[in-house]
Design a protein around this ligand. Structure first.
Ligand SMILES: [Zn+2]
Ligand SMILES: [Zn+2]
Length: 490
């Protein structure tokens, strides 16, 4: 799954989506690779940044030779796939991460496994899963053996808030666009850090609010055109929301950017998707509101164009503002946008199915030593066997070299917990939560995540495990660093 190195007992590959960090080994993988229609068409056309920059050479896309290996499976319809000697029923379910991204539900007569791939499990997404015709049995009464979960934001290193609250993307983008409406009408807006697929709803929302097309580069336009028969987002984009003509566009998501051309004639505001807000960013956001401007002393700053700009005393010089109708508007703005789930969202998904086992899609021994165990994260949301999570046993065996016990019968007992009522406030409310957490971790405050305001969501760490791990200071085997979990379907 999302890792393509041939080995004994690997008979096929499954690809959840087209992002580069999921394609390791794919160029030389000679076995069938199952994916969605959209992912297949995207993979066949993928080019690196260098290949795209070199317009003199018409290079063949590096995965173009895989056309016969890539096998597109239908969405939402269980399809029988032979993997070695075993026949597996495979169902692809939209994962809300980027065009073509899917979860895989694998079912045999004796086992059932859900692999999320990368996923943004916003509440509406999880609600769609528990009402999906082929997931309803597992959400109601049928035991699901295992979920391989995207745990990208379920664990943070020291110095970061342990659990970030990330609001749903839609309301966050709408808040941003409401701010942009107040800028002068000839302002140009350039999106930074949106060079990979997965930001499409921003372009659709811009078109819906401003009735204007977003400038994207020819390469991305061709990718969307290639999948518009399979993907409703791509279809909406191509038909209405994006253009490859930069001249008339106020909004730009192009790569390379036309910023130099734009800056010569009008103010340009840079917009960046983030999940970790810095305290300075809060000040910047607040500075767009007149009622919050009292604490700001603005002075003329250096401009790269003929247009005057201002900087704020106490803030770095690169934080610049324009003056419009007596109000200062920042020339760079962060906004919440995440293609991965927050910890709260992952627990909502896990709790909705209460599987017997959970594996993280990526894992590190260092993380495990610091408390990144499935028992810690998901214990109360699962109907796990009495001997715990196999992932934890496997990681523990790396540390203390203990044998992994055989699986014991599933416990009938199921702890109840309810995270399905998760709701998110405004961006500023989430900022306050995240900043409180950041302050606690950077000022020597209490690092114990179990004392956080969300403590009820956080299961207690298994004390025995913690003691054993803490007593060892083994160096980490480099092979275990950020290893993507490989699912072998026999
Ligand atoms: Zn991804
Ligand atoms: Zn542009």
């Amino acid at each position: 799954m999302d890792y393509f190195r041939e080995a004994a007992e690997i008979y096929a590959g499954f690809l959840s989506h087209c992002h580069e960090d999921h394609l390791d080994g794919l160029t030389t993988f000679n076995l069938p690779v199952y994916c969605s229609d959209a992912t297949k068409e995207l993979i066949l056309r993928l080019k690196t940044r260098n290949e795209r920059a070199n317009t003199q050479v018409t290079s063949t896309p590096r995965f173009a030779h895989l056309r016969s290996n890539l096998v597109a499976l239908p969405m939402n319809i269980p399809t029988k796939v032979s993997v070695g000697k075993v026949e597996v029923k495979v169902t692809l379910i939209e994962a809300n991460h980027c065009p073509g991204s899917v979860m895989f539900l694998f079912e045999t007569s004796t086992a059932s496994v859900l692999v999320t791939g990368d996923i943004r499990a916003e509440p509406w997404v999880v609600n769609s899963f528990i009402n999906h015709p082929f997931l309803i049995p597992y959400a109601s009464c049928k035991p699901l053996d295992c979920i391989y979960m995207d745990t990208t934001f379920a664990y943070r290193n020291n110095g970061c808030p342990p659990y970030l609250e990330i609001g749903p993307n839609g309301p966050s983008v709408e808040e941003l666009l409401q701010l942009l409406e107040r800028y002068p009408s000839d302002t140009r807006f350039v999106f930074n850090k949106v060079g990979t697929l997965g930001y499409e709803q921003i372009w659709i929302r811009i078109w819906a609010r401003f009735h204007e097309k977003v400038h994207i580069d020819q390469y991305h336009l061709q990718l969307y055109q290639a999948i518009m028969d399979f993907d409703s987002t791509a279809r909406q984009l191509v038909l209405n929301c994006v253009t490859s003509d930069p001249t008339a566009a106020r909004f730009h998501a192009c790569s390379p950017s036309c910023r130099d051309y734009l800056e010569s004639s009008s103010y340009v505001v840079y917009l960046s998707p983030v999940v970790d807000f810095h305290p300075l960013d809060v000040k910047i956001l607040q500075s767009t509101y007149p009622s919050h401007q009292k604490g700001f002393k603005l002075v003329p700053g250096l401009s790269t164009s003929r247009l005057p700009v201002y900087t704020c005393q106490g803030l770095p010089a690169y934080r610049r503002y324009m003056l419009h109708n007596g109000e200062y508007f920042p020339l760079s703005l962060p906004f919440y946008y995440s293609r991965h789930s927050s910890y709260r969202e992952t627990t909502h998904l896990i709790n909705s199915f209460q599987p017997r086992q959970v594996y993280p899609c990526t894992t590190r021994l260092e993380y495990y030593k610091n408390g990144f165990s499935m028992q810690d994260l998901f214990g109360p949301y699962c109907r796990t066997a009495s001997n715990g999570f196999r992932h934890d046993q496997e990681m523990l065996s790396q540390v203390v070299q203990v044998p992994i016990p055989k699986e014991s019968p599933v416990l009938a007992h199921r702890e109840s917990s309810d995270s399905s009522n998760s709701s998110h406030g405004s961006i500023l409310e989430m900022l306050c939560h995240n900043l409180k957490q950041a302050a606690a971790s950077t000022t020597g405050g209490n690092h114990d995540r179990y004392n956080s305001p969300n403590a009820k969501h956080h299961p207690r760490r298994a004390p025995r495990l913690k003691r054993i791990v803490a007593s060892r200071t083994l160096s980490v085997d480099p092979r275990l660093r950020a290893k993507r979990t490989t699912t072998i379907v026999k």
